[in-house]
Design a protein around this ligand. Sequence first.
Ligand SMILES: [Ca+2]
Ligand SMILES: [Ca+2]
Length: 214
Amino acid sequence: MIRFVNVPTVVILMILSLLASPGPAQAAYKPINQSINGSFELDSNHDGRPDFWEVSWRNGNSDGPYASRSTGLTPTDGDYVYRLYNGTGDAQSYQFARSQPIQIKKGGSYRVKAQMRYTLQTGGVAGLYIIHLDNQGNEISLLPGLYQDGGWNWHSHTIDVTALPQTTAFVIRLAVGGEEGAYLDVDQVQVEELTSMEVLNRYPTIQVWLNFGL
Ligand SMILES: [Ca+2]
Ligand SMILES: [Ca+2]
């Protein structure tokens, strides 16, 4: 049966139909609850290394490598960055630092973001790695983000990662090396959990059908 509708109703329907056009799926993320000191502002035991990120080491034979919570270095947030330096005398040396385990939900999907500053024009590499741990603490998978030629500017890097069936935690590992005297500054490391995939404007579509009984 054909029903007559007045002009304003038609106009409203047209507008709502435009609004209701199916859009692309959009991922919705929210920060995890666990505090990871990702801006490196906290150093409760005053050892020069940021809480939650105190494990660091160097592979190679260079002189003077370090990982240090440092101030006065134009951070992107707060007063501190985490600076890694691979030293001199051995271009193939790498300096590493890593987080404590970050607990994750079984099968969950996550987005890891970090602000990273580096130059690395002569073969050096900055690394942001997501390592999967099983419930025994074994490293079962590693997802690398590798960067170079950064012009000593801050860059926002993002890695999306989904837990394997055995994954119970992630560790975030930082690295710099591959050329002599390589620096990496890191700030604002954030971990967000994927909460839903939403199709844009689906809700207005439902509203149109409810409001007009079509
Ligand atoms: Ca900071
Ligand atoms: Ca500390």
